[in-house]
Design a protein around this ligand. Sequence first.
Ligand SMILES: [Zn+2]
Length: 230
Amino acid sequence: MSQLIQQLLDNNREWVQEKLAVDQDYFNRTADGQHPKILWIGCSDSRVPPDQLTKTNPGEIFVHRNIANLVVQTDMNMLSVLQYSVEVLKVEHVIVCGHYGCGGVRAALGTHQYGLIDNWLRQIKDTINFYWELVKDLDETAREKRIVELNVVEQVYNLGKTNIIRNAWQSTGKPFLHGWVYDVKTGLVTEHTPAIHDDAGIDQICKYAASQINLKVRPANQYTSVDSLL
Ligand SMILES: [Zn+2]
């Protein structure tokens, strides 16, 4: 077995001992079931661990992660996590958390082809195109940060348009939706949407309603070949 894998297994045994030393019933309690109040939709990036950066314990956050924390209406995996957490676990908050330095956003801003993932990143390329007028004059670093923030807002908007969330709002007024960005350089989280729990809140962050965008204004020579197929 590789040394790294052995280390992980050793760490696990050590962690169990540490937990039991503080609380003999710890695992008996976690085995009883979970009652998380929060659903976290975050990036798969290894530097953004939801429980560590929020100082929460196992059982407190239900988690879905994918590259660039996207909420895609046809993603059965994300929709299943959302439906189960909202309708069965009855989470009170859904947090979409992006992060500066996101490889997915960086790739979407570039023109290099990475293969299959280019199709996934297509969602972010749309966001870049929508908001190009807002970001075109920024330098590369500032533009990437702004797209990370706008991507989070877009995903909160997408969440608010799912039947799962809309039905939950109608019957219970929950969950609240939140758009966060984590800064890998400082460890700090900033909020990029208000706490939203109704259609009026979603309308507030709608790019069309806010007239923040112009369609198809990104110069054609900045599109990748994937773009040119569409
Ligand atoms: Zn990322």
